[in-house]
Design a protein around this ligand. Sequence first.
Ligand SMILES: *[C@@H]1O[C@H](CO)[C@@H](O)[C@H](O)[C@H]1NC(C)=O
Ligand SMILES: *[C@@H]1O[C@H](CO)[C@@H](O)[C@H](O)[C@H]1NC(C)=O
Ligand SMILES: *[C@@H]1O[C@H](CO)[C@@H](O)[C@H](O)[C@H]1NC(C)=O
Ligand SMILES: *[C@@H]1O[C@H](CO)[C@@H](O)[C@H](O)[C@H]1NC(C)=O
Ligand SMILES: [Cu+2]
Length: 363
Amino acid sequence: MLFSLSSVSKALSILTFGLTCVSSLPLKIGEYGTHDNDGICKNPRVRKEWRKLSDLEKADYLRAVDCLHSIPGQYADVIDGLSVFEDYIYVHKTQTPYVHLVGHFLPWHRYFMWTYEEDLRNRCGYKGAQPYWDYSLDVPPTAEVTSLSASPIFSPDTGFGGDGQYANDSSLPGLDLPKGTGGGCVTDGPFADWTIHIGRNTTQIRDDRCLQRSLNPTIANDWCNANVEAEIMAQKDFGWMHHVLEGEPSYVKMGVHGGGHFAVGGSASDVFTANTEPLFYLHHTNLDRMWWQWAMADPENRVWDISGPIAPWTDILAPNRTGLPTGNVTLEFELGLGRLADMIEVADLMDTEGDFLCYIYEL
Ligand SMILES: *[C@@H]1O[C@H](CO)[C@@H](O)[C@H](O)[C@H]1NC(C)=O
Ligand SMILES: *[C@@H]1O[C@H](CO)[C@@H](O)[C@H](O)[C@H]1NC(C)=O
Ligand SMILES: *[C@@H]1O[C@H](CO)[C@@H](O)[C@H](O)[C@H]1NC(C)=O
Ligand SMILES: *[C@@H]1O[C@H](CO)[C@@H](O)[C@H](O)[C@H]1NC(C)=O
Ligand SMILES: [Cu+2]
């Protein structure tokens, strides 16, 4: 059920190939995050903060992301030249108005990240778990570094590369946000030579471009700090926890979700195609970590708690829509990822060590 036969054989061929580099890990690839014959989650993958990975693990992750961008994608028939990495951008773009500012924001993105993690492992031989980025370690009052740009996440050698070249356009949407320090193409690190083919925003056209960034210390300081996270953890039910976490598209309400996007800026600030930025997955995995940590503080009452509207609570992402389903999200509500994965019920995404998922977080 978890692996189709074709993905198993793909994984096996990658495994054979990958064995030239002998691993000292106690478990073999494929043994992490799998279910036994009784459907029990055994050896859950342990998702760690980026700085807890060894340099070899970091290099393996970055290599696997680059690998996903080198494999022809399933949506290349819609937009010529798309890679598997860009399949994810396509799916995020087309579903954006339906999976943000709704009760299933967190479950949908959890499914999105799990599928991406599976692809990194099964198609590109990545041996670890999806890492997360805890930006509260990069800003006061709990900063371990002197500035946002000094974060190890932006290292050109063992990270995602640094800021974009300076450009005098904000590249931010009309939210009246403070300007970032870059704006143009990222010029160092593993993604500096990337060509992205999929157009920005809601377009369905090919538009070859670079990865852009515009680091924004002001936004990071205001919205990515430990106090913002503490307020999320203090909420008593899923509805409020999610509402405080996701926030709304305005500076005073952006929440840590908007904060993580706009602190990186550039490609990450176009909500429809924000996952053009590979850091998207570390940001959203950090949000998933917050949901998990919040639930683990009172598992009996919180692991299965779900609520919130099916239709967005503000229609800013798709103004004046009509005919959207009404009502609230329940455990039976179904989510999809286009051609990337099967439809699934929210219930299958609530327990990260359940019948479908199999991972935990190292805090
Ligand atoms: C940057 O753009 C602003 C607004 O378009 C303009 O007023 C300003 O002169 C520009 N600055 C430079 C250095 O080009
Ligand atoms: C939308 O994306 C297209 C293709 O990338 C780009 O040409 C256009 O300028 C974008 N429009 C806005 C409003 O950003
Ligand atoms: C949506 O409707 C409002 C009120 O009728 C109107 O002012 C606005 O221009 C519309 N927006 C779009 C994008 O059509
Ligand atoms: C959805 O949930 C809200 C908040 O809990 C509640 O006020 C509303 O009545 C619910 N709507 C439906 C259709 O159940
Ligand atoms: Cu999203």
